[in-house]
Design a protein around this ligand. Structure first.
Ligand code: ZN
Length: 292
């Protein structure tokens, strides 16, 4: 079970926790949609917990825990992304997974072909998560109880920042395996330390991604841009750079801070955490320079 360290009045038990800024707020929202390990009672998966853990961005909420101290709002999911994935559009749905007639329009994307839509089909290549189809009611409940409240929380935090400062910056935080697996577009390829994504220049001003890249590069990290990750639903849905809403996706290489077999922290965790504390402090300076 994950700790529940959010502000009680701003968190949704079992769904997400939210921590507001300590001290003066700045227009920065940090979110971690994939760290959740509270397996819901009705998950009904047929895979092992170790297989499920491969899809969890473990410790990402902890790695960015300094965010409220620099004035940012921090939001983290408690539900597992293998159950319902907040980083996919709700219409990115594989109808082959569903029993009965789905009542809403669908628009499956290319990730769905790999079994990684809003409801995930495979945990690893050739390993279906479920032994049956899910009912319309089950999938609808996952959307209504988890996916929509998560997006509502991110939207509210970004909206509040934008209203107050005329601009809002959003960092959507993830982890990646050190080498792409057979379900990834870069199967077999070693990855850099960090990948930053803005959907090829769509979800933020260049200054935001370039500043983030140089702050990480200065700390000795090898930074990739838009490959093998381009950025997904969180940054797509909540950004509008022309209106001053800038979203950036960040993927941290798990080999920096955890044992990818046991899912426990490694000796590198404290170094990465300290570097990310400094990164957030420097990013806060950038954000405040841009606030109006
Ligand atoms: Zn992720």
């Amino acid at each position: 079970m994950s700790p529940h360290p959010g502000d009680p009045d701003r968190s949704v038990p079992g769904v997400l926790w939210r921590r507001d800024p300590r001290g003066a707020p700045i227009p920065l929202v940090v979110d971690s949609p994939h760290n959740g390990t509270d397996w819901p009672d009705d998950f009904d998966h047929i895979v092992t917990e170790a297989e499920l853990m491969t899809s969890v961005d473990r410790f990402v909420d902890e790695l960015f825990a300094h965010a409220p101290a620099v004035g940012a709002t921090l939001i983290a999911a408690q539900f597992p992304r293998a159950y319902i994935d907040a980083n996919r559009a709700e219409d990115d749905l594989d109808l082959a997974l569903i029993e009965g007639d789905w009542p809403l329009p669908v628009n499956p994307g290319e990730k769905t072909e790999f079994g990684m839509g809003v409801v995930r089909r495979y945990i690893l290549k050739g390993r279906p998560i479920y032994g049956r189809r899910l009912t319309v009611d089950e999938v609808m409940r996952r959307l209504e109880t988890y996916h929509r409240p998560y997006h509502a929380a991110v939207s509210e935090a970004i909206g509040d920042a934008h209203q107050r400062f005329g601009v809002a910056f959003h960092l959507d935080c993830h982890s990646m395996k050190p080498v792409g697996n057979a379900m990834n577009v870069d199967a077999g390829a070693p990855r850099p330390d960090v990948v930053l994504s803005d959907r090829e220049g769509v979800t933020c001003d260049r200054a935001f991604i370039e500043t983030a890249a140089s702050l990480l590069g200065d700390r000795g990290y090898r930074v990739g841009i838009n490959h093998p990750y381009k950025g997904a639903e969180l940054v797509a849905r909540h950004s509008d750079p022309a209106a001053g809403r800038h979203s950036l996706q960040i993927e941290l290489n798990r080999a920096l801070y955890m044992d990818v077999e046991t899912f426990e922290k490694s000796a590198g965790f404290d170094t990465l955490k300290a570097d990310l504390d400094g990164f957030l402090e420097d990013l806060a300076d950038f954000v405040m320079d841009r606030a109006v």
